[in-house]
Design a protein around this ligand. Structure first.
Ligand code: FES
Length: 125
């Protein structure tokens, strides 16, 4: 068995939704203290639906693949549903990650949640 699934390799070599969004409705940045990797997520939200999402990462290949997959999974979804997204769901969609790389998928989940919190904080009346 190769260490990384074909899906991980595909999203690593060909990441979806890389970049930033000008005037994003929510921005979230998180880091992992152990490996030092950083993940930043930008969201465009209309009527509580994620209409666009981009990510920038200073992270490893698994972090790139996880964020790429996670951004595809949340596009077009309501905020309430996106808040339920777990790194487990992202990892499953990638057909698995090696155990010592699971924390990389947590980075994507946490950055998305941080971006939603940023959005909600800005939109509180
Ligand atoms: Fe740090 Fe993967 S090793 S995010």
């Amino acid at each position: 068995m190769p260490l990384y699934s074909a899906k991980v390799m595909d999203h690593f070599r060909n990441p979806r939704n890389v970049g930033s969004i000008e005037n994003a409705d929510g921005v979230g940045e998180v880091g992992n203290a152990v490996c030092g990797d950083i993940m930043k997520i930008y969201l465009k939200i209309d009527d509580d639906i994620i209409t666009d999402v981009k990510f920038e990462t200073f992270g490893c290949g698994s972090a790139i693949a996880s964020s790429s997959m996670a951004t595809e999974m949340i596009k077009g979804k309501p905020v309430s549903e996106v808040l339920q997204l777990t790194n487990k769901a992202v990892t499953e969609a990638l057909d698995g990650l090696p155990a010592h790389k699971l924390h990389c998928s947590v980075l994507a989940e946490e950055a998305i949640k941080a971006a939603i919190e940023d959005y909600q904080a800005k939109h509180k009346q």
